[in-house]
Design a protein around this ligand. Structure first.
Ligand code: PMT
Length: 406
């Protein structure tokens, strides 16, 4: 699977490090050349001799030690960044994740992270106690790494070294090798090439009066990332967007709108002419029935504003679509709620729905990352890891492409 690939394996000081000689053996068995870079504390959990023996190369760690292997080549930290086809950091501890997200480079592992060529993939495999993993600082730091383009392989649930049972276990080395092999597989020619794709993005604004509106926190980042990814794959992309402050992705035709009614009108113009419709916008379900001209004046202690339903753009597309057109929606909840996503798949007659949770730090509105679960009509459920919105957009399109040629 990894024949001839040069893999840099970063090992940090966590109990899961005891699994890394096996990980090295699997990588070697898959045909990879492996260079281990270990933090000081990693070598308290796993022996340098074991790692050097299975990798058939000296273990690198301290940049300045006189007797450190590689001594004599003072630019090894730079050349390794060139040599590596991918960098896997497993287990990645809270401490190393924090150091990497802050851009520190005070040992071989962190320097190699910085010198790795930007187009080379990085797979971060966090493993730690469940409470540490769920802590806001670890979540924030992982989200920074995901935004930088790192893929995060989420830990598994099970018995932890603390004696507790929960999320935090490092996935088995077999899973890590498979994930890495997927990441290094060359992308096939895209099935989206030449297809017409219509995407909605961003929030809508529903006027209360001439100076106020009802809206939501959507930034448009998810929809714009999908538009950019589809255009890169050769699709002809139209992007109908609510008010956002984002640049138009290269090769994308952008139509700016404000309200749900305007978004509906603009989308309708292109319904018949598209092969694929993706509703990533957070469209207001209701609008004030009678927006006031000018500025609404203060009156009593309370005020009633009567709201009326907005049309459902995605549902209308699905209901009237011609044969072969594909309809994809998003479902956003504030907690749990995958059942609602299934309902949307059914009720809006979608081919696929991307479920995401708004957690204010890593997924949903505004942030640069997202955690999507993809559900299709055949009953397939695919839980994607925490990814940058760009990477999540790519994975979403990967799931959509086969649907275009059913
Ligand atoms: O823009 P970002 O800050 O990057 O955030 C991304 C996002 C959270 C907005 C995006 O990932 C997302 O989940 N978009 C859909 C949010 C939403 O409003 O979900 P919903 O469950 O209310 O709607 C379900 C689906 O129907 C969506 O595809 C929506 O676009 C569509 N819809 C809803 C109402 C309506 N009147 N017309 C629609 O087309």
């Amino acid at each position: 699977m990894l024949t001839g690939k040069n893999i840099l394996l970063g090992i940090c000081g966590g109990i899961a490090a005891y699994k890394t000689p096996h990980l090295v053996r699997l990588l070697k068995k898959s045909g990879a050349n492996v260079q281990v870079v270990a933090t000081k504390s990693a070598l308290k959990f796993v022996s340098e001799l074991s790692l050097a023996t299975v990798s058939r190369a000296p273990v690198l760690g301290d940049m300045f030690s006189e007797d450190s292997p590689g001594e004599g080549d003072r630019t090894l930290h730079i050349t390794l960044g060139e040599w590596a086809d991918a960098f896997v950091i497993a287990p990645a501890t809270a401490n190393t994740i924090a150091r990497l997200s802050a851009g520190l480079c005070d040992d071989m592992l962190s320097v190699c992270f910085i010198t790795l060529r930007p187009e080379k993939p990085v797979l971060v495999v966090p493993a730690m106690d469940g409470y540490m993993y769920e802590s806001p600082s670890v979540r924030r730091n992982l989200s920074v790494l995901a935004t930088q383009g790192c893929s995060i392989l989420e830990p598994e649930s099970g018995d932890l070294a603390s004696g507790q049972c929960g999320l935090g276990r490092m996935p088995e080395p077999e899973t890590i090798v498979e994930t890495l092999a997927d990441m290094l597989e060359p992308a096939p020619e895209s099935l989206l090439k030449g297809k017409k794709v219509l995407i909605t993005a961003g929030p809508t604004r529903e006027k209360i009066d001439d100076v106020r509106f009802l809206s939501n926190y959507s930034s448009g980042k998810m929809g714009f990332a999908i538009a950019a990814a589809a255009a890169r794959r050769g699709a002809i992309v139209r992007l109908v967007t609510g008010p956002v402050s984002l640049n138009t992705p290269a090769g994308v035709e952008r139509i700016d709108v404000e309200s749900a009614m305007e978004m509906m009108e603009a989308s309708r113009r292109f319904f018949d002419d598209c092969d694929l419709f993706i509703g990533a916008a957070a469209v207001a379900d209701y609008r004030p029935e009678q927006p006031v001209e000018g500025k609404l004046k203060k009156s009593g202690a309370a005020m009633d504003i009567r709201l009326v339903r907005n049309p459902d753009i995605l549902a209308e597309f699905s209901a009237g679509r011609k044969q072969g057109q594909i309809s994809v929606g998003f479902a956003l909840e504030t907690a749990g709620g995958i059942g609602y996503a299934r309902e949307k798949l059914e009720n809006k007659k979608l081919d696929l729905v991307a479920f995401n949770v708004y957690d204010r730090s890593t997924s949903g509105f505004e942030v640069d990352t997202n955690v999507l679960t993809l559900l299709d009509r055949a009953g397939n459920v695919s839980e994607l890891p925490l990814l940058s919105k760009d990477a999540a957009a790519g994975r979403l399109l990967d799931a959509i492409e086969p649907l275009l040629y059913r």
